[in-house]
Design a protein around this ligand. Structure first.
Ligand code: F6R
Ligand code: ZN
Length: 184
């Protein structure tokens, strides 16, 4: 009898679907993202109930040293000419980093230091993104399908959204078949 062997949770690499464990899903809709997109009029014209992204998190780990595992499914779309993106945050515990892995779709990971220096990394299936301490992060879907990304972060990290009330230093807009990066 192998009564000591437990079946772990599973991630389907092609889709990012998590299974085999208690899962908490949080859906962020257009109405939840006031002031996030550059074109406020376009945001108001959109369907407030439209889902922009879903985040599935495995279990409810707690305490110093525990890790959270979650998958963000960022849908395709735009507000005006700006691509759908996550709200973006610093960790409340600024010294805590995180790792993102691209699973499906194409997009960008926007990273920004506390000094306001911003850079972008390409997210594709298989890409690995090490988010350093003291660095805000946001996903942007520049593709034509859902962008799914697996993330692992310390449960104590917490989220600080307020520190980015003025927005990130870079924005990404549609341009022909591709994208264009603008400052401010
Ligand atoms: C956790 C983390 C991700 C994001 C998710 C949604 O630290 O970085 O799981 O929480 O991509 O983005 P936000 O939290 O910015 O709405
Ligand atoms: Zn984070």
């Amino acid at each position: 009898m192998n009564s000591d062997i437990f079946l772990p949770s599973q991630v389907a690499w092609a889709t990012g679907a998590l299974a085999g464990g208690p899962l908490i899903r949080k859906t962020t809709r257009l109405t939840d993202l006031p002031g996030i997109f550059a074109d406020g009029e376009a945001w108001r014209r959109g369907n407030p109930q439209q889902s922009v992204y879903d985040v599935d998190v495995l279990g409810s780990p707690a305490g110093e040293g525990a890790l959270c595992v979650g998958v963000t499914h960022l849908h395709t779309g735009n507000v005006g000419d700006e691509f759908f993106m996550t709200r973006g945050h610093f960790h409340a515990r600024r010294e805590q980093g995180e790792v993102y892995f691209g699973l499906r779709g194409v997009g960008l990971l926007l990273l920004q230091t506390e000094a306001g220096d911003a850079r972008l990394e390409e997210v594709t299936a298989g890409s690995v993104h090490i988010i350093p301490p003291f660095t805000a992060h946001r996903l942007i879907n520049t593709g034509k399908e859902t962008l799914s990304s697996l993330a692992v972060w310390p449960v104590i990290a917490g989220h600080d959204y307020a520190a980015l009330a003025e927005g990130f230093a870079l924005r990404v807009f549609t341009s022909g078949q591709g994208f264009e990066v603008r400052h401010g």
